[in-house]
Design a protein around this ligand. Structure first.
Ligand SMILES: CC(=O)N[C@@H](CC(=O)O)C(=O)NC[C@H](CC1(C(=O)N[C@@H](Cc2ccc(O)cc2)C(=O)O)CCCC1)C(=O)O
Ligand SMILES: [Zn+2]
Length: 590
């Protein structure tokens, strides 16, 4: 009998979703994951196109290089750097691009204190890494959305958010940001004041956004590299132990051994022997590799590796803990069924290493491992420490939030191709209070100059991780019997903390993440909460409020100082300040 289309559809419906009626919850959970095909749901030719597109974007980004800054370079008549000189072959100014992001540009953005050089590097990187991706990205979005819809999602953003198994996920993170924004604004106001003291108020507007090239990082996402310009009480032992690491002859290998010893002290797993044989911890000189650090689970219970172009810096020591946290989580859930070998949600995976680093970075622990001379626990040292932690953990929050806010709006169509860059800068000014140091237009593609956009790696996981890692820290400190301020807690060698952490991590993705949180908090809560991170930074918040009492808190967009050539098709709505800057002869603008 020829089945009618109706009957065939009914059969499909019945068999396709029969698993939804299985009695076993874990089996239903497994089916709910394994039935999501992701990209593989695309027709062969489109899957091939999407895969090639992703590979092209990733290798284009990883191979991007720029020329060295040349202060003698011909200038425009207003003194501005003539970026187009490179193409001006008749005066053989052209250059060979030799500087790559890691380690050269990361180092330059962290250590240069020349605004002109910083502005050059900031723009040259975006010209080399972001601009070439713009056309590819639009096609990438189309194909990603098509794949998402074939999996039953609205668009790729909807698909990505489903990892959190939470209907009102966007409302939840909006609410968390609202609770944390006041602390961010206090830090922002204090740092802006210090940057005005360093660079003057013709570059840094007292009531406006901070120009993004002055914050020590290519994306202004963490500000730890301008600690020297902003530290509250200078002249005290620096909590940045980079120089001590170098003086003591630390190798990249030693830094990873140091991180491993912290995990072992909690009774967690050592790295498997193959880890030490097969990881790539030093940038090779004979070939180009994707230097962006990464941790790999080869899904056979034996082979786990980290790839990191490790520099001997405190930042890379913290990153070593971060990457090893991924491996530790992989090890803790390796006995779960394959489909459950993942983080309870992506933020949990990002939090593990950072939780241990919260203890490892404390002055008392750094003393214990001879990386810091004996530091008294004076109020000033406390504030210096909390401030350096805030330059990492608080400064990051709005950036961690806005990257996927932008991407979700691109996937949903709220941001069209003609608005990519102006909407990116709207979000950067509104949430982060940073501005482009020179005018941007829609030939630029600044989001593309950040690894996770061409690499198609979701980003809100880091925003959530920076909050949930303090919930972990608070609970592990309780288990370790810590008393006193949360920021002084060090769980080193606590078997109780290790046991609690193991109980959470070994679940993998076998249970919805609120249940994992409930295990962590012994039932006190199963929700994301800003309480612990606010408790941790409470002493700093009070101190900042007292320091900032005459300061303008927040920023006005039209106060932004944006210099640079107003390019022919400046489709970006130039901030009114640009018009002001272009009119008033006092400010150097062309
Ligand atoms: C096979 C695979 O891909 N594995 C995943 C891990 C897994 O899923 O198992 C993986 O290795 N992802 C790489 C990524 C690397 C880093 C990163 O991208 N960090 C963000 C945000 C941030 C910033 C400051 C900070 O302190 C912590 C995070 C950035 O740099 O902007 C760069 C150095 C730090 C972490 C990572 O480890 O998360
Ligand atoms: Zn990570």
């Amino acid at each position: 009998m020829e089945w009618s289309r109706f009957h065939r559809h009914k059969w499909d419906q019945a068999t396709t979703f029969a698993w939804k009626n299985f009695s076993s919850a874990p089996v239903r959970r497994m089916f709910s994951f394994v039935t999501v095909l992701g990209r593989a749901a695309l027709p062969e030719d489109k899957l091939k196109e999407l895969t090639e597109l992703t590979q092209e974007m990733k290798s284009s980004y990883s191979a991007a290089k720029i020329c060295r800054y040349d202060p003698t370079r011909r200038r425009l008549d207003n003194g501005d750097y003539d970026y187009n000189a490179d193409n001006d072959l008749d005066n053989d100014i052209g250059c060979i691009p030799t500087l790559s992001l890691e380690p050269h540009l990361v180092q330059l953005m962290a250590t240069s204190r020349d605004p002109e050089e910083l502005r050059y590097v900031w723009r040259a990187w975006r010209d080399a890494a972001g601009r070439p991706l713009r056309g590819k990205y639009t096609r990438f979005v189309e194909l990603s959305n098509e794949a998402a819809r074939l999996n039953g999602f609205e668009d790729a953003g909807d698909f990505w958010r489903s990892d959190y198994e939470t209907d009102d996920f966007e409302d939840i993170i909006d609410g968390l940001w609202a609770e944390l924004r006041p602390l961010y604004e206090q830090l922002h106001a204090y740092v802006r004041r210090k940057l005005i003291e360093k660079y003057g108020d013709t570059i840094v507007p007292p009531r406006g956004p901070i120009p993004a090239h002055l914050l020590g990082n290519m994306w202004a996402q963490t500000w730890t590299h301008i600690l020297d310009l902003t530290v509250p009480y200078p002249g005290r032992p620096s909590v940045d132990v980079t120089n001590t690491l170098r003086r003591q002859g630390y190798s990249p290998f030693d830094m990873f051994r140091l991180s491993e010893s912290f995990f072992i002290s909690l009774g967690l797993e050592p790295m498997p022997s193959t880890f030490w044989q097969k990881s790539l911890l030093i940038k090779p000189t004979d070939r180009d590799v994707i230097c962006h650090a990464s941790a790999w689970d080869f899904c056979n219970g034996i082979d786990y590796r980290i790839k990191q172009c490790t520099q001997i810096t405190m930042e890379d020591m913290i990153t070593a803990h971060h990457e090893m946290g991924h491996i530790q989580y992989d090890l803790q859930y390796r006995n779960q069924p394959f489909i459950f070998r993942d983080g309870a949600n992506p933020a949990f995976h990002e939090a593990v290493g950072d939780v241990l680093a919260l203890s490892a970075a404390t002055p008392s622990h750094l003393q214990e491992i001879n990386l810091l001379a004996n530091v008294d626990e004076s109020f000033e040292n406390d504030i210096n420490f909390l401030f350096s932690m805030a330059l990492d953990k608080i400064a990051f929050l709005p950036f961690g939030y806005l990257v996927d806010k932008w991407r979700w709006e691109v996937f949903s169509g709220e941001i069209s191709e003609s608005q990519y860059n102006s909407r990116w800068w709207d979000l950067r000014v509104n949430y982060q209070g940073v501005s482009a140091p020179l005018l941007r237009d829609e030939d630029d593609f600044d989001p593309g100059a950040k690894f996770h956009i061409p690499a198609n790696v979701p980003y809100v996981r880091y925003f959530v991780s920076f909050i949930v890692q303090f919930q972990f820290h608070a609970e592990l400190c309780k288990a370790a019997g810590h008393s006193g301020p949360l920021h002084r807690c060090n769980i080193y060698r606590s078997a109780e903390a290790g046991r609690l952490l193991r109980n959470v991590l070994s679940l993998g993705k076998s249970r919805p993440w609120p249940e994992a949180l409930s295990v962590l908090t012994s039932g006190r809560t199963n929700q994301l909460e800003a309480g612990p991170i606010l408790e941790y930074f409470e002493p700093l918040m009070s101190w900042l409020e007292s320091q900032n009492k005459d300061e303008f808190i927040g920023w006005q967009e039209n106060e932004a100082i944006v210099l640079g050539v107003v390019s022919s098709n400046a489709s970006v709505r130039p901030f009114s300040a640009v018009i002001a800057a272009l009119k008033s002869p006092s400010r150097r603008a062309s």
